[in-house]
Write a protein of this length. Structure first.
Length: 458
């Protein structure tokens, strides 16, 4: 079955479950009902829907959330058995869906204690097969997660490969227990984590858990102010991606981490205006393939940034916040980063550019550059006007950087024989007809951009 057909069947199945009268549901009664805030007219097929083979119904369950699956399994014996099969093959679980007050009311889990017990029940069912788990942003429910959910994760989720604990209040003892119970973990996100009675996550605790999580390939510890990366020698040698944005990490420790982890090629850091981004070291120029740099200081001088990136000749992807970009930055990128394939300059504060058009044309010297993103950046309209002079540019993202009235003035200037994808999120109002707008944009741009195949508005 096609994706859209399965989605429609999932909606119909939920409608039948809400009515709670499956055997007597009319076979061909047209009804209008509300899902979210949209009216959808579908066939409430009732008994006909339950005549579908088990394998088809099982496939439909893949399009439902955890909350919806719990509601469905209580409607009849057959759906309960199919739900059991669904739980056993579920490998990804995100419990954030429980947090909507409406969702909690529908399952009678309004209190933190009831939420904890319901989440524990789900983890017990799917835990042994689970590979990816998201336990993030629980807010006020944090104070009820001490008996059920968290210890169910320790007991049942020993095969986890990816874990997201960002923006959480955690127990130190539980975090160490979890590290001991999930030694095969490959991806860990502990962004902005607070440890009860200890404050923020620090180097000492990170060192303790990394002794058990020694097979990590991705580590995200951003926005933990007490992380200095002094424990770099305990980073797994298997590490490929490291995100320390918002941490008080010196360039020396970042360089030591790169030396210690020879496979580490993706780095996200915060630029400190008074020090180099990285200390020079042998093979470092070719080791880093993807680099992302932000800077909270609004008037930081990018001298050390320019000095650091001009030697990173192996870079394939580079992200720099907009206010750090100057004429010199563009010149260094265009002349030195000959292997660059993707460039992103997000942010609403423009850098010190004498001429945005002249600066963008420096990118002509990059033989492999095929994707450029300027989300929220005021140079968005200029990029559209000059994209035709960047001969290999097939993907442009000007989300929240171009408005309707701005595009109307430059339609005829957008000319590119190779442009395939144009991303323009925030271009039209949320309540606007995006499908019609997308079709109009493609038809308007197609004469000057013959390869254009996709315009993304949301």
């Amino acid at each position: 079955l096609a994706y859209s057909e399965l989605s429609c069947l999932a909606v119909e199945l939920l409608f039948v479950a809400n009515r709670r009268d499956i055997p007597s549901a009319p076979k061909c009664a047209r009804r209008r009902f509300v899902i979210g805030k949209k009216y959808i007219r579908k066939m409430a097929v009732g008994a006909e829907l339950l005549d579908l083979p088990d394998e088809v119904l099982l496939k439909i369950f893949d399009y439902l959330s955890v909350r919806e699956t719990l509601r469905l399994e209580g409607t009849c014996r057959r759906l309960y058995l199919i739900a059991e099969r669904h739980w056993k093959r579920l490998t990804c679980l995100d419990l954030l869906d429980f947090l909507s007050s409406n969702n909690r009311n529908s399952l009678d889990i309004c209190s933190a204690y009831k939420f904890d017990m319901a989440a524990k029940s789900v983890v017990e069912r799917v835990g042994p097969h689970l590979k990816h788990l998201v336990l993030s942003r629980f807010g006020p429910l944090e104070y009820g997660l001490r008996m059920g959910l968290e210890y169910a994760v320790v007991e049942y989720c020993s095969n986890l490969e990816s874990l997201n604990l960002s923006y959480r209040l955690l127990e130190r003892f539980w975090l160490v227990q979890l590290a001991e119970a999930t030694p095969t973990l490959k991806k860990l996100n502990v962004a902005q984590v607070h440890i009860r009675h200890y404050g923020g996550l620090d180097d000492k605790l990170l060192e303790t858990v990394l002794k058990h999580w020694n097979k990590l390939e991705t580590l995200v510890v951003r926005n933990n102010k007490r992380i200095h990366l002094a424990c770099y020698q305990y980073l797994p040698t298997t590490l490929r991606q490291l995100d320390v944005k918002g941490c008080a990490v010196s360039s020396a420790f970042v360089t030591y981490a790169l030396k210690h982890c020879p496979k580490l090629d993706t780095l996200a850091v915060t630029y400190q205006p008074d020090a180099p981004l990285l200390q020079p070291f042998s093979s470092g120029e070719q080791q880093i393939k993807r680099l992302s740099v932000d800077c909270p200081a609004p008037f930081a001088l990018p001298h050390w940034l320019v000095t650091s990136i001009e030697s990173l000749t192996g870079l394939r992807s580079l992200t720099i916040c907009s206010h750090l970009v100057t004429d010199v930055t563009f010149k260094v990128i265009g002349r030195c980063l000959v292997n660059l394939e993707e460039l992103s300059l997000p942010g609403s504060r423009p850098g010190s550019l004498s001429s945005a058009e002249k600066a963008l044309l420096e990118l002509k010297h990059l033989p492999k550059l095929c994707r450029v993103a300027v989300k929220g950046n005021p140079i968005g309209p200029t990029l559209l006007r000059t994209c035709g002079q960047l001969e290999r540019l097939i993907h442009i993202d000007v989300s929240y950087a171009v408005k309707q009235h701005e595009l109307a003035d430059i339609f005829d200037d957008i000319r590119s024989p190779v442009l395939r994808t144009l991303v323009m999120k925030g271009f039209c109002p949320v309540t606007g007809d995006r499908i019609r707008m997308r079709q109009e944009l493609i038809s308007r741009l197609k004469p000057n951009c013959p390869s254009l195949a996709n315009v993304i508005l949301s």
